[in-house]
Ligand binder design. Sequence first.
Ligand code: HMG
Ligand code: MG
Length: 303
Amino acid sequence: MSTLPTQVNLTESSSRDGLQSLGAFVPTEAKAGLITDLAATGLRTFDAVSFVSPKAVPQMADGADVIAGVEGREDLELYGLVPNMMGLEFALEAGVTHIGVLTAASDTFNQRNINATVDESMHRILRILNEAPGGLTFRAYISTATHCPFEGEQDPDWVAHLAETLIEWGADYVFLGETIGKATPAHVDRLLDEVLALVPAKKVGVHFHDTYGQAVANTVVALERGITMMDASAGGLGGCPYAPGATGNIATEDLIWLLDGLGIEHGLDLRAIADVAYRFCDKHNLTYNSKAGRARLASEGVQ
Ligand code: HMG
Ligand code: MG
């Protein structure tokens, strides 16, 4: 195996990506409690909430209150995902200093998701980056980075061009969103060939969904290419309301098991995270979707 990083930074996405597609509203205190409990296990960076239209995604209508309800929030990096200037304003009012902005690589998904062509959403991002006050940290997501649910496989050159542009415009990091979990290691390899030719690995993160069961394999490819930032979701919760059939991100517990096996430092506790996520799923009637977490809990007779 080629040289691997010695350490990675994991972003926990369960309270945002993990919950956004659910029909039944998860109470605000439960969302804030999920972040608080996961933070108590050692997680520090959260893809916590989004500030989007409540008509588009009713589940995320309570972003500001969720942030306010997180215990010890001043010690955490809580990202708020914003699709436009209005979202940025709401995020700033909520005291959020870590901002996720988004575009997709494909027009059809982007139109359905945020009612903008790729060109339009890139210009929304430019405006956000130009008009935001100083002192914020920005990560820019490029959804459908390998596959669009409507347009199929994406051109890695095009995605690399978007990534380079976002970094040139001032985004601190660019996150490659594998929105529908169709990519295999070969797709990720081809994408990273192009992206890493234009953007240094330390500015690139990956956001793999696990719909086709490829997220662990895809993560290995990213690690081999020197990428150290990755999103994951405790209990494998997640999906996108505008990507039919897409399931959750790589489960945080599965990622930790992989990292442990590869000897990569992460500072996290698989057992403690599994316990929080399992109890959350149980309470809210959700399927607990981490293979490693389930195995670990079963070995202790928890399930
Ligand atoms: P639009 O209809 O074009 O927006 O939607 P608009 O500007 O015409 O406004 C329509 C209404 O929304 C107005 O309210 C606005 O005030 C309100 P009304 O007058 O009708 O009462 N509005 C807002 N309210 C709260 N916060 C805002 C906001 N903006 C407008 N920021 C819009 C465009 C972008 C707003 C809409 O399409 C939207 O909110 N989309 C978000 C969809 C979403 O959240 N998708 C999931 C997140 S992306 C994802 O999961 C992918 C990722 O995980 C990576 C991956 O997996 O690839 C990140
Ligand atoms: Mg996602």
